[in-house]
Design a protein around this ligand. Structure first.
Ligand code: FES
Length: 130
């Protein structure tokens, strides 16, 4: 059912974990199954220097999280909002009926970038979260 690429990312997921005191944080829940994800980012020079995540979901969701974290580490922040879950699913080679499992990783990653950008623009608000 799954390609070698999906099985590789599922069996050996990259970048799993949390970042203490992250620059950005986002979470998402799949509306179709209730699975969840937490994404943490560290930013350097307006690029995603590090991405960590904890995915509580199926094999396709774990593989999507791993693949997205690997693909987007080092990416300019401004590029991230334009990257869709469909692109992740397509490049990873998910079967079409599992495309929905790639949605939450990009939702959470987009939220983490928005969190960082909001924090950067309003330093006083950032103090309130610590
Ligand atoms: Fe829940 Fe795949 S079935 S994310």
């Amino acid at each position: 059912m799954y390609s070698d690429k999906v099985m590789d990312h599922f069996s050996n997921p990259r970048n799993v974990g949390v970042i203490e005191d992250p620059d950005g944080y986002g979470e998402a829940e799949s509306t179709s199954c209730g699975d969840t994800i937490e994404v943490y980012i560290r930013v350097e020079d307006e690029r995603l220097a590090e991405i960590k995540y904890r995915t509580f979901g199926c094999a396709a969701a774990i593989a999507s999280s791993s693949f997205a974290s690997e693909l987007l580490t080092g990416a300019p922040l401004q590029k991230v909002p334009a990257i869709t879950d469909a692109e992740i699913a397509d490049q990873l080679g998910l079967p079409e009926f599992k495309y929905h499992c790639s949605v939450m990783v990009m939702q959470a990653l987009h939220a983490a970038v928005q969190y960082y950008q909001a924090k950067s623009q309003t330093p006083a608000a950032a103090d309130a979260t610590t």
